[in-house]
Write a protein that binds this ligand. Structure first.
Ligand SMILES: Cc1cc2nc3c(=O)[nH]c(=O)nc-3n(C[C@H](O)[C@H](O)[C@H](O)COP(=O)(O)O)c2cc1C
Length: 392
């Protein structure tokens, strides 16, 4: 099984990641990972950090001569924020000493991990919570999961995504953007990424992109923030990943957990699951066509490629729903943890919206889940062995 762990604080020296279980023989280069890290910085409405973080991965183990060796892969990403002149972060995040003279943060932001995190860990300073709960951590997650993406690509399985809504601007139904996804099954899901990445909000429609940018500008002016919706698509998926036989083997459940594990993601939809709740069964379920006794095509894919917790061979469609960013320029009510007094919130450098970035993180975590499900079904210690088993 593939598993990974991340470590590191947003303003500490670096993020660290370890990926274990990657088969041998997968071709991996540093630019392949850096390319995905750069995509995580995409999006209109990002805060100042996007301008100076370069995110170039350092690899310490598990890869030799541009191929995985089968052992654990250890990686590091430096935080440029920590090294910035006069940033003060080396003092604020010092490993040694007693923190004498470092300001304590005592005003928790509503909607963030601040208050509950400080209560849970018995802290009189919110800084440790701010720094570890921050979505800076997703940079290392993207690095770790990029390896899974490369592995899948070798097997003809591709992952792509696009944003379908930011705040009040977006599509009301998937039929409105279906024309942008025509031919995606044969072209592969990654074929939509260049167009999505070229849009400042990762949307496939030029008019909506412009509308979204105006919306973000107006909301920023009011000191507020926005959430939104994105869609992750996986093509080339073999039939039978995941299983109906046990709750924790269901592929849809595993994808749901992966999406909800990303900071600020509050909803997941598989296929047209949310709309389906208010429609009739005859419109929702995908008819099965005559087949060659091995493959049976579907006339539509409202199930999003998963039935009974298993991939059915159609593209997998997962939508993620992100809440508005909790850090606001416009103050909200909070209480000072030190005095108990009511206070306005303090502002910490922040994005207005991060839905475009979240969509790229979602691609990454979905890739990791699919790669795991592939390994579970087909097994194998090397790419060649898995290729032979899967017949690709
Ligand atoms: C890519 C990405 C970027 C984010 N950027 C910010 C940010 O700049 N400021 C902020 O307050 N929250 C940001 N968040 C959201 C917080 O990390 C998240 O709301 C917080 O950790 C609390 O967790 P919860 O929303 O899952 O309950 C971001 C989330 C993602 C996925």
């Amino acid at each position: 099984m593939l598993r990974y762990l991340t470590s590191g604080e947003s303003h500490g020296e670096a993020l660290i990641g370890i990926v274990e279980g990657m088969p041998a023989g997968v071709p991996v280069t540093r630019p392949m990972i850096d390319e995905q890290l750069a995509r995580r910085w995409l999006g209109f409405g990002r805060g100042g950090r996007a301008k100076f973080e370069t995110d170039q991965v350092h690899i310490y183990s598990g890869i030799r001569f541009s191929k995985t060796m089968g052992g654990p892969i250890a990686m590091r990403l430096d935080n440029a924020a920590y090294r910035k002149d006069k940033s003060g972060w080396p003092d604020v995040m010092a490993i040694d000493g007693d923190g004498d003279g470092v300001e304590k943060i005592t005003l928790p932001r509503p909607g963030h991990a601040d208050l509950t995190g400080a209560q849970k860990y018995g802290l009189d300073d919110i800084r440790p919570v701010i720094d570890r709960s921050s979505a800076r951590e997703t940079a290392m997650r993207v690095a770790c999961c990029s390896l899974a993406r490369v592995f899948l690509r070798e097997l003809g399985i591709q992952v792509g995504s696009h944003v379908t809504r930011i705040g009040e601007v977006g599509y009301d139904s998937p039929t409105e953007y279906a024309h942008h996804l025509k031919g995606i099954e044969s072209a592969g899901a990654e074929s939509i990424n260049p167009d999505a990445d070229a849009s400042e909000v990762r949307m496939l429609d030029g008019d909506l992109t412009r509308e979204c940018i105006e919306h973000i500008k107006a909301v920023k002016k009011g000191g507020d923030s926005l959430g939104g919706v994105y869609e992750v698509i996986v093509t080339g998926v073999p039939v039978g990943l995941g299983s109906f036989v046990q709750w924790d083997r269901k592929l849809d459940a595993r994808l749901g957990r992966a999406i909800l594990s990303i900071q600020a993601q509050k909803g997941v939809e598989i296929g047209d699951g949310i709309a389906a709740a208010s429609e009739r069964g005859s419109r929702v379920h995908d008819p099965i066509s005559a087949g060659d006794r091995r493959e049976f095509p579907r006339t539509r894919n409202r199930a999003g490629g998963i039935e009974g917790g298993m991939s059915n061979g159609m593209p997998i469609i997962v939508r993620g729903f992100m809440k508005p960013i909790p850090t606001l320029i416009k103050p909200l009510g909070t209480a000072d943890m030190a005095t108990g007094e009511q206070q306005p919130t303090r502002y910490e450098r922040s994005d207005v919206t991060s839905v475009p970035a979240a969509s790229t993180v979602a691609e990454a975590v979905v890739a990791m889940e699919i790669a795991n499900a592939v390994l579970e079904k087909f097994g194998g210690d090397s790419l060649d062995e898995i290729r032979a088993r899967i017949g690709r």
